[in-house]
Design a binder for this molecule. Structure first.
Ligand code: ADP
Length: 478
C-alpha cells in the first residue's frame, strides 16, 4: 500500500505545533505495518540544504505563477518529498506568517500550489511511484480533493485529517480563477463556505474519509461549541468520521535517551530527574522549594487557556508551587506572562520563545505540566508529560479527556490515576485541581506511584497506526 501524506509541517524539519510531530512520526509507525508512506511538504528556507541533496522527480514550468520541482530524499527514517517552489516558500518567517507576524497575503496561492502539486503527483505519479491513497492534513492541503474531483479522471481516494478545526483557510470568492478552482464546485456541497472559498471545507466535503486526532474531539466536532460552523457538514458525514488519538515519537521523546536532558532517567531511576529540575531552576531563575515545579509549554493563545492559568498563579504559589513557562504567541498574553514573572521572581519563571530543546528539558525536570485548554483536538504535551513522569493537569476536553486519568478518589483507590482533570476552564475549577496536585505531591509515595504509572501508560503510535491502517484498507481502490 503506497500513501502520499501532504502537509505544511513535519518534525524535525519544520514545526510550529503538534501537526508537525504527527507528520514526522506516523509514517514511521505505518512503515512498521508494511505501509509505504511518502511525505510531501514545502521546501521552506530551513529545508533548502536538504532539497539540494534530493533527487528531482517532477517539474512544473508554472505552478501558481512560479517554476517548481518535487524532489525526494530519504532522511530521518522518512521518504521526504520536497516541493521546491521558491516563489511560494523560500521566504524568511514561519510557514504561515511573515517576519511582521502577519499572515502572508498570498497564503491561498501558496497552499493551493502545494495542493495542485500533490494532485498532479497523485494522478501521474513521479519517478516510478504513484500513490494508492492520498492523506491530507488540515486546511493547507484541503484543496487536494477539489483538484482531483475537477480533473474528471479516475483518482486515488483521499483521507483528510482535522488537526484543529479552528483554522479553516477562508478566502475571498474573487480568488477562484487565480486558484484554478472550478466554479461548478463553488457550492455548499463543494468548497463554498458562506460565500467564501473554504480550504478545510473543500477537504471535508470532498474527501472519502475524515479522521480527527481523538475520539472525544470527533464527538465534540458535531456540536456548535466545537464544530466552528462545520458541525452540520460533519454531522452529515458522521459515518465517514473517525477519531484516532495521536501517539508520540518514541525515538525523539524518551527520557532514557533524550539528549536534551542533563540526566537521563527511567521509571526505575526517578531520582535522576532532579538534575533536570536543577537545570530548569537555573535557566528560569527559580528558587529551590519543597513544593512541586509546574511547567507550561504552549502557544500563548486564547485556545490554550493561558489567561485562566495566570489568574490562578497566586493560588499556585500560595500552595508552595513554582512555575516555569515556555511559550510564544499573542503579544498581550506574552506581556501578561512576563509581568507575572516580574511580580514574583524566584517562583514564576517565563521564557518567551520557541525552543525545542528547552521543551524537552521542561518535560524532563518538572513535576507537573499545566494544560488548561479551552479546546484541544488531541494535545501532545500531556502525552510527553506522561512519558516523562511529569503529571498532566488538563481541562476535560478533546484528547486531553481521552488520555489522562483523573486522580479522583476512585481512581486513586484503584491505582489507575495518571494526572488531574478539571472543568470548566475557569480559575474556580483550575485552582482546586492545582491544590489537589500539591496535596498529593506532599504524599511522596502516592505521587511517585502515579508518576511510575504515567510513565508506563501506552502513548506510542502502535494502536493508532493500526487504526489508520484499517481506514486505508477499507477505502475503495482508485
Ligand atoms: P498545538 O499543535 O495546538 O500547538 P499540541 O500540544 O498538539 O498543540 O502540540 C504542541 C507541540 O509544540 C508540542 O510538541 C510542544 O512541545 C511544542 N511547543 C509548543 N510551544 C512550544 C515552545 N514555545 N517551544 C518549544 N516547543 C513548543
Amino acid at each position: 500500500m503506497k500513501i502520499l501524506f501532504v502537509a505544511s509541517e513535519c518534525a524535525p524539519f519544520v514545526k510550529t505545533g503538534g501537526l508537525a510531530d504527527v507528520i514526522g512520526a506516523l509514517p514511521r509507525a505505518l512503515a512498521a505495518a508494511g505501509v509505504n508512506v511518502r511525505v510531501l511538504i514545502p521546501a521552506y528556507p530551513g529545508l533548502r540544504a536538504l532539497a539540494g541533496r534530493a533527487t528531482s522527480v517532477m517539474t512544473f514550468d508554472d505552478l501558481s505563477g512560479g517554476r517548481a520541482r518535487i524532489r525526494i530524499l530519504h532522511t530521518e527514517g522518512l521518504e521526504l518529498m520536497l516541493l521546491d517552489a521558491p516563489r511560494h516558500f523560500d521566504r524568511a518567517g514561519t510557514p504561515y506568517l511573515g517576519p511582521d507576524g502577519k499572515d502572508w497575503p498570498d497564503n491561498d496561492r501558496r497552499f493551493a500550489a502545494l495542493s495542485l502539486a500533490a494532485a498532479k503527483l497523485a494522478m501521474e505519479g513521479a519517478g516510478g511511484w504513484r500513490p494508492d491513497i492520498i492523506h491530507v492534513h488540515d486546511w493547507q492541503t484541503g484543496l487536494v480533493p477539489a483538484y482531483l474531483a475537477q480533473s474528471g479522471r479516475m483518482t486515488p481516494p483521499v483521507v483528510m485529517t482535522i488537526h484543529n478545526i479552528a483554522f479553516q483557510g477562508l478566502f475571498d470568492a474573487s480568488r477562484l480563477p487565480e486558484l484554478k478552482l472550478d466554479h461548478k464546485l463553488f457550492t455548499p456541497e463543494g468548497f463554498e463556505y458562506h460565500g467564501r472559498i473554504g480550504f478545510l471545507k473543500a477537504g471535508l466535503a470532498l474527501s472519502d474519509k475524515i479522521t480527527t486526532v481523538s475520539p472525544n474531539y470527533a464527538r465534540e466536532l458535531l456540536t456548535p461549541d466545537f464544530g466552528m460552523g462545520l458541525e452540520g457538514l460533519l454531522r452529515a458525514r458522521q459515518n465517514d468520521l473517525t477519531g484516532i488519538v495521536n501517539g508520540i515519537d518514541d525515538d525523539l521523546w524518551n527520557p532514557e535517551t533524550d539528549p536534551n536532558l542533563v540526566r537521563n532517567y527511567s521509571a526505575r531511576s526517578l531520582k535522576r530527574k532532579v538534575a533536570n529540575k536543577r537545570e530548569i531552576e537555573a535557566r528560569f531563575g527559580l528558587q529551590r522549594s519543597d513544593g512541586p515545579l509546574f511547567c507550561v509549554i504552549s502557544r500563548l493563545t486564547s485556545q490554550k487557556g493561558i489567561d485562566v492559568l495566570l489568574d490562578c498563579l497566586p493560588d499556585l504559589v500560595g500552595q508552595g508551587g513554582r512555575l516555569a513557562l515556555l511559550g510564544t504567541g499573542e503579544s498581550h498574553l506574552e506581556a501578561r506572562c512576563v509581568a507575572a514573572a516580574k511580580l514574583d521572581p524566584g517562583r514564576i519563571g517565563v521564557i518567551i520563545g520557541y525552543d525545542e530543546s528547552l521543551s524537552h528539558l521542561l518535560q524532563g525536570g518538572s513535576d507537573a505540566i499545566l494544560i488548561p485548554s479551552r479546546f484541544e483536538p488531541c494535545g501532545l504535551t500531556q502525552l510527553y508529560g506522561l512519558r516523562y513522569g511529569t503529571l498532566p493537569i488538563v481541562s476535560r476536553t478533546g484528547g486531553l479527556a481521552d488520555t489522562v486519568i483523573d486522580a479522583n478518589e476512585a481512581a486513586l483507590a484503584a491505582g489507575c490515576a495518571t494526572g488531574f482533570q478539571f472543568t470548566p476552564v475557569h480559575p474556580t475549577a483550575l485552582a482546586p485541581s492545582i491544590a489537589r496536585a500539591c496535596a498529593i505531591y506532599r504524599q511522596a509515595d502516592v505521587w511517585t506511584a502515579m508518576v511510575r504509572r504515567a510513565m508506563r501508560h501506552p502513548v506510542g503510535w502502535g494502536r493508532s497506526a493500526r487504526a489508520y491502517h484499517r481506514i486505508y484498507s477499507n477505502l475503495p481502490a482508485a
